[in-house]
Design a protein around this ligand. Structure first.
Ligand code: NAD
Length: 252
């Protein structure tokens, strides 16, 4: 049966169709949680549900875009009994490694919408229920790109730096409500994010590649999911506003 640290809890996981989000949804389900998995990718979500069901657990899935308020409303409407114990904001998107002077507004708005504004909106939507309950845990998946400017384009780096600010603001303002909010900063992880990571400007990517060359190892998604689960659990009861690097020593 394994660790049942999230037994009975309602856990929302965004980006649950792939990579770190899928690993997080399946881990929480295995640890006893009632998972509500969300993603824009309906097929991938169904595959995640299949993995959870094959292991003998149940989950709910909601197809939705975290950048759209109407979809966030549907995610919140799907919460069993309106209850939420944990929110894992995992969904994220890349920016073609664009530098500022090559930035188009559509890329900027899309990346900020998914990686930052969507996270704020989902937090905004669930915090009232967490405050009423007197407890809750939020984990935001940032990136090593939240700590340095060298590993992605400007929109991604800016969105992930902003996510650290959002994390710390929530951690401080809601601590007295029994709510904790932490961020995880992975380095390279073997996922499908490369599909949205095609370099568009060769001179900028050549400079970014220099930072990639110092990477120590590529992690598996479950290594990040394990950290998200721990940060959401009671063993991390005094961990609030933390920015936890999980990059195998890359930034060290
Ligand atoms: N893989 C890495 O090397 C790495 C490194 C650092 C940080 N991250 C972060 O980890 C998180 C998860 O990414 P991953 O590596 O698992 O990539 P992934 O592409 O495998 O999974 C990301 C998921 O997010 C979903 N998604 C994208 N836009 C969405 C939207 N608007 N609404 C709902 N879902 C949406 C995608 O459909 C996909 O299923 C992201 O926030 C990413 O920035 C990844």
């Amino acid at each position: 049966m394994g660790n049942q640290r999230h037994s009975g809890r309602v856990v929302v996981v965004t980006g649950a169709a792939s990579g770190i989000g899928r690993a997080t949804a399946t881990r929480f389900a295995a640890e006893g949680a009632r998972v509500v998995g969300c993603d824009v990718d309906t097929e991938g979500l169904a595959a995640t549900l299949g993995i959870i069901q094959e292991s003998g657990q149940q989950a709910q899935i909601v197809t939705g875009d975290v950048a759209a308020q109407s979809d966030i409303d549907r995610i919140v409407a799907a919460l069993p009994g309106g209850r939420i114990d944990v929110l894992a904001n995992v969904a994220g998107t890349m920016d073609y490694f664009l530098p500022v002077d090559e930035m188009d507004d559509a890329t900027w708005d899309r990346v900020m919408g998914v990686n930052l504004t969507g996270v704020m909106r989902l937090c905004r939507a669930v915090l009232p229920a967490m405050r009423d309950a007197g407890h809750g845990a939020i984990v935001n998946v940032a990136s090593i790109g939240a700590l340095t400017g060298s590993t992605a384009g400007t929109a991604y780096v800016t969105s992930k730096h902003g996510l650290i600010g959002l994390t710390r603001s929530i951690a401080y303002l809601y601590a007295e409500d029994g709510i904790r909010c932490n961020a995880v900063c992975p380095g390279g992880v073997e996922t499908n994010i490369g599909r949205t990571a095609t370099p568009a400007v060769s001179w900028a990517y050549r400079r970014i590649e220099k930072a990639f060359a110092t990477q120590v190892r590529i992690a598996q998604p479950d290594e990040i999911a394990a950290l998200i689960s721990w940060l959401s659990g009671d063993e991390a009861s005094n961990v609030n506003g933390a920015v936890v690097t999980a990059d195998g020593g890359w930034s060290a």
